[in-house]
Design a protein around this ligand. Structure first.
Ligand code: BES
Ligand code: MN
Ligand code: ZN
Length: 458
């Protein structure tokens, strides 16, 4: 089990209350407890917490407010606040929150703290899970989220292309996957010109990380993750405000690894292939420049409109490679555009696909896993915005419109043979803490997609 959980017969009960159930719950409490709650102005507001003492002053019972039934939206992760509120000890649910499974998951997700450089405030509260919740599956999901968050939160000085490769290699080895990596100038020999172009200005060599797992006769599922270990913007340098959290620009790779871990751990009946172009988008005399033109792996000549639109470049060569073997399902995740955030904010990544059945399944699992995703269109009338006067394609259309869509359309040019393709423009970061989502690196899209794959190939 995940370390947030511990079975104990002496667990302290947590009662969930809403504004409308509180009165009834309060009536069942012993008079002193009822009075104590009243004196503390406990009204079961969402997120409100109150510890009730026993006669000897020890902790007897916890009250926690969750959204009311009558409210339009109930946060199924609200109980994810509890680890940050409760003192060390073991607790159990005295009654059912809105969704027991998601509440248990939220408890584990909300217990996460990034402790690599500061061993400080790791919550000491443990949950004795209610019966009927599949704790193997919960632990699998929580462990995957920890992997993604740790990789994203690790600063770029300790998470360069080589360290990202080490993380992928460790995962591949754990599950017996075949691993290779193509590094530095080998990328040119192997025909990955765009990955090389973006990564060559860094002292830390760019690379294409690859591992393959599972029965080759099973359906081919290929995952591609943007692994830009730091995005300075290149010669089109970002301002300091825009550069500040760009250690997270390998969030696509981190979430692809989290997803791969769940797939392999659950032994889904797929032939899994993972591709991660890992680079640092740096500034140096040999950096790629605005209006440079590179012939991509696919043979398409790409003009560089902006060196800061680097994610779609490295993904283009990786997607082209993935596409060559005609996978049944090709999925890419990446922190690709600020425009996706303008459209939907940090918590709701847009996804793109032309496969209607896949779109419906993604949307459904995103809802049931509380791993929110929202479909946006591969709007072909905007495809011509990618035209270049001197090459086949420009990586950064001039206008300021529909930036996440035009990025998706750029990637679509490199996917021809895959039976089905899904692209998710994630943020990979929680800017201000929310229940079950501590500030910092975030696992996005991996859980929803894992559940979709486990439904199809479990
Ligand atoms: N990594 C960024 C996208 C990004 C920025 C994600 C901020 C989340 C927060 C990406 O490489 C980028 O710089 N995209 C540019 C594209 C533009 C130059 C066409 C952007 O979104 O501004
Ligand atoms: Mn960029
Ligand atoms: Zn980037």
């Amino acid at each position: 089990m995940h370390p947030a959980f511990q079975n104990s017969a002496a667990a302290i009960p947590i009662t969930f209350a809403t504004k409308s159930t509180w009165e009834g719950i309060s009536a069942t409490l012993p008079a002193p407890a009822r009075q104590f709650a009243k004196a503390n102005a406990f009204t079961a507001k969402p997120g409100q917490y109150l510890a009730l003492p026993a006669d000897d002053g020890s902790l007897a019972h916890v009250l926690f407010g969750i959204e009311d039934q009558t409210r339009e939206w109930r946060d199924p992760f609200r109980p994810g606040q509890l680890p940050g509120l409760l003192p060390a000890g073991t607790y159990s649910f005295a009654n059912a929150p809105h969704d027991a499974r998601l509440a248990v998951l939220a408890f584990a997700l909300g217990s996460y703290r990034f402790g690599r450089y500061k061993k400080n405030d790791a919550p000491g509260a443990r949950l004795t899970p209610p019966s009927g919740v599949d704790m193997v599956e919960i632990t699998r999901m929580a462990d995957a989220a920890t992997l993604a968050r740790d990789l994203i939160n690790t600063p770029a000085n300790d998470m360069g292309p080589e360290e990202l490769e080490q993380a992928a290699r460790a995962l591949a080895e754990k599950y017996g996957a075949g691993f290779i990596s193509i590094v530095g100038d080998e990328l040119l020999a192997g025909n990955f010109p765009l990955i090389h172009a973006v990564g060559m200005a860094s002292a830390r060599a760019p690379r294409l990380i690859e591992f393959t797992w599972g029965d080759p006769k099973h359906p081919k599922v290929t995952l591609v993750g943007k692994g830009v270990c730091f995005d300075s913007g290149g010669l089109d340098l970002k301002p300091s405000s825009g550069m500040l959290i760009m250690k997270k620009d390998m969030g696509g790779a981190a979430n692809v690894l989290a997803l791969a871990q769940m797939i392999m751990d659950a032994k889904l009946k797929v032939r899994l292939r993972v591709l991660i172009p890992a680079v640092e988008n740096s500034v140096a005399g040999n950096a790629f420049r605005p209006l440079d033109i590179f012939k991509s792996r696919k043979g398409v000549n790409v003009e560089i409109g902006n060196t800061d639109a680097e994610g779609r470049l490295v993904l283009a060569d990786a997607l082209a490679l993935a596409d060559e073997e005609k996978p049944d399902l090709l999925i890419d995740l990446g922190t690709l555009t600020g425009a996706a955030r303008v459209a939907l904010g940090p918590d709701l990544p847009p996804f793109y696909t032309d496969d209607e059945a896949l779109a419906a399944d993604v949307a459904r699992h995103a809802r049931t896993e509380n791993d929110p995703l929202w479909r946006m269109p591969l709007w072909m009338p905007y495809d011509k915005w990618l035209d270049s006067k001197t090459a086949d394609l420009n990586n950064a259309p001039g206008g300021a419109f529909a930036g996440s869509i035009t990025c998706a359309l750029f990637l679509k040019r490199f996917v021809e043979h895959a039976k089905s393709w899904l692209h998710v423009d994630i943020y990979g970061w929680t800017p201000t803490a929310k229940p079950a989502r501590p500030e910092g690196g975030e696992c996005q899209a991996a859980r929803a997609i894992y559940k979709l794959l486990s439904e199809r190939y479990g």
